[in-house]
Design a protein around this ligand. Structure first.
Ligand code: SF4
Ligand code: SF4
Length: 363
């Protein structure tokens, strides 16, 4: 089987770039259908900061769906979501305004109890999905970013973690307490949800490198990528960012299981040649190497600490920690012996108060 990935330039006109990407793939919405657009809405940081999906892309998608008489819904579950957080993030990023002005509907993932689906994954046996995810055909609209836990994040992870409701995400962190297990857990969830995905459209206009997904360096590369297959899309996007996609554990796991391309050789690029960038990898990238180099390298995995000058003592890091490794004294304190280096605390802190420290080499 061959997979297609379209790469188009973005020069300021969202509708023209999105339409160009979809036309290149030969994809069009089914007349009168109901779609859920699933952006990456990690927190209230904006698309221009390289964190969340560009509202202009979502707005263009809504316009194209409405042209075909479709219902256009938009929803996501931010990190450590609780009732009210999802709406606040959509409003804070300008996404809510874009949705309403384009004639779309906001769906609050936290507004109803999840639907727990039993699956037969290699690690995961049940998934608390947002009900909205199960009621529509999905248009996945991820952001291209580095990620301290998974090296990179794109289309596959936006579907797996992002479709799980609120605080239930932390259970996945517990199950995925090594890079290899996390990759398996992501692919277990993805294997279930992928059949519901009609299209993947990636925002690579302003991306993030370094210690993403929230406090890395924003990188404007002005591209939009599209594919019917999320794994194929990630392979091309990560190659474009300057990393061998098979160095990303979840890509390697997906390729191993054959749910999508098993290598880049099975992908046809539409609109190439593929540009090349050199994204700075997260300082935790060593963690990926530990899969191959064993326990000596694992001892070097960076640990976390807290910057008291930035910390507002909100307790969100302690709330999301799957191992109960963070205690709120006056400030948060981590028990290093319990910490599994999942970096969920780093991801959830909106104040950049959780820091990652590389251990020095033992001499
Ligand atoms: S480190 Fe961040 S998330 Fe944790 S209490 Fe401080 S401000 Fe809140
Ligand atoms: S302290 Fe942070 S990195 Fe360690 S287990 Fe808890 S959430 Fe994960």
């Amino acid at each position: 089987m061959r997979y297609q990935v379209a790469v188009v330039d973005f020069s300021g006109n969202y509708l023209s770039a999105v339409r160009g990407a979809l036309d290149s793939l030969g994809w069009a919405p089914e007349v009168g259908s109901s779609y859920l657009i699933k952006p990456n809405m990690l927190n209230s940081k904006t698309a221009e900061e390289g964190v969340t999906t560009d509202p202009g892309i979502v707005s263009a998608l809504i316009g194209l769906l409405r042209e075909r008489g479709c219902r256009a819904c938009v929803g996501d579950s931010p990190g450590n979501a609780y009732p009210g957080k999802s709406r606040a993030v959509f409003e804070g990023t300008g996404m809510m305004k874009a949705i309403l002005e384009a004639g779309g509907e906001f769906l609050d993932f936290e507004g109803q109890p999840p639907e727990v689906i039993q699956i037969k994954g290699e690690l995961v046996d049940s998934i608390p999905f947002s009900k909205h995810v199960l009621e529509h055909s999905i248009i996945n609209a991820p952001k291209l970013k580095t990620h301290v836990q998974t090296v990179m994040t794109g289309a596959v992870k936006n579907l797996s973690f992002g479709c799980i409701q609120g605080a239930s995400k932390s259970k996945l962190h517990t199950i995925g307490n090594t890079p290899e297990k996390m990759a398996k857990a992501i692919i277990d969830v993805y294997s279930y949800i992928r059949d519901r995905v009609s299209l993947n459209l990636m925002d690579a206009i302003v991306c993030m490198d370094g210690n993403g997904p929230s406090f890395g360096r924003s990188q404007r590369i002005s591209k939009i990528l599209a594919s019917r297959d999320a794994l194929a899309l990630d392979m091309v996007a990560f190659r474009m960012a300057g990393i061998d996609p098979l160095c990303v554990p979840y890509v390697r796991e997906g390729a191993r299981r054959g749910i999508g391309p098993s290598s880049e050789d099975e992908i046809d690029l539409v609109g190439g040649p593929l540009p090349n960038y050199e994204f700075k990898m997260p300082s935790t990238f060593l963690r990926g190497l530990s899969l191959r180099l064993g326990s000596v390298v694992k001892r070097l995995v960076p640990r976390i600490y807290f910057d008291k000058k930035r910390c507002v003592k909100c307790g969100e890091c302690a709330g999301i920690c799957p191992e109960g490794a963070i205690e709120m004294a006056e400030y948060p304190e981590v028990d290093d012996s319990k910490c599994i280096r999942c970096y969920a605390c780093y991801e959830v802190c909106e104040y950049n108060a959780v820091k990652i420290k590389q251990k020095s080499l033992p001499l």
